[in-house]
Ligand binder design. Sequence first.
Ligand code: G2I
Length: 472
Amino acid sequence: MHNRRLAAALAVVASAALAGSLALVRPAAADTSLKQLAEGKGKYFGTALVQSNLSNSTLVGVATSQFDMMTPGNEMKWDTTEPSNGSFNFGPGDALVAFAQAHSMRVRGHNLVWHSQLPGWVSSLPSNQVQAAMETHVTTEATHYKGEVYSWDVVNEPFNEDGTLRQDAFYNAMGTGYIADAIRTAHAADPNAKLYLNDYNIEGENAKSNGMYSLVQSLLAQGVPIGGVGLESHFILGQVPSTMLANMQRFAALGLDVAVTELDDRIQLPASSANLQQQATDYSTVVSDCLAVTRCVGVSQWGVGDADSWIPGAFSGYGAATMYDQNYQPKPAYTASVNALGGSGGSSSSSPSTPTSSSSSSGGGGGGAACKVSDTVDAWNTGLTENITISDTGSAAVNGWRLVFTLAPGQTITNGWNATYSPSSGQVTATNASYDGAIAPGGSVSIGFQATHTGNAAAPASFSLNGQACSS
Ligand code: G2I
């Protein structure tokens, strides 16, 4: 597996080098990319890719310059990964993971259990065999990608529009309990991945999101290790719900992360310039809503541009649903997203970005951080203990933090304290625990972890806090 990943990664690097040399799209100054601006606020900006996208150099140029999170569009779904009972195929998913890793993008695993793109053999099983098949599938896939995904959409789209659970093969065989079982099974396989329930039409407060809210309350009460709720956000122009912010806040208040997982905003074709302006407003609303919720970890668009969007194939007469046009040129929605993130979109100047008022609600002292990191490493023949002190050297309080650093090759985190660490090797993000998210100006927090190593016991390198490099 590792050789195949390495070969895939090398192929990706080669194709990306080619893409880099061919890419003509440079929509805004490098300091105003979506990902850099989002990272400055302690968030990510993601996209969905399918394997065939990797040979489109223009698309790849935009994807790698703008986005720092990648969701495989189809390649981790059950019909690809276990097309017949017990026969697994992770090749397509591995290629996308290698691409993401080669471009410093994290990965949202999508998905483990879903009624759609489900091979016929699962739906044909006698109901007393469905649970074992589901557990085997979840365990095998989550184990395969252990340490390589930031999160899993463990159960995808489980709800009907009225807030009741969809009567699919899993529900029919196991009842409501299949959801807790799937999440617990995924957690056992990859304890560091954030485990999500993901659905559409739950962005605002309505019967369906009320159903999700009740379900996650009950899961939390049972101690089920759910980590987040994904709001797909496949919008129709002008119809971003006014209750989206309040809805995200109520899930966050339960102690869960929330994420905008599949954003697009479809327009009846042909799109007028007024339509594109409305789309810009819609994107700006969504990005601002996420920034206003500390536990909103990021926004992902479903696809890179209008040319690779699923919308025209699924909704006849609709399209133009993304931030990039048919030729991967940025649309008003791109500029609006940059502006919502506090950048100066549309301008090719490299002047400093102007903070917006939304930055104060994203983290008390704004997204970026003035920080200092000191650390010590105590190593023995196969293991090490790393202690890290993060100090706020700025004049504003840090309120919610993510410390990103890179482990030396061969090191794997086995356990940690005062933060959650994911993934366990390579570029790691340590996210504050519930009790140490606030760092006062001049204050500090101490975190640490134990790791195994294979001979290189060097301390981690290049610490950044909420997207800003820290001094040492
Ligand atoms: O439908 C949009 C998204 C809604 N939320 C869950 C996502 O997983 C879903 O993604 C889409 C993919 O973007 C499409 O590419 O899921 C569709 C299936 O529900 C995907 O479409 C399917 C086509 O329907 C198949 O004909 C095709 O064989 O893609 C397959 C693989 O190319």
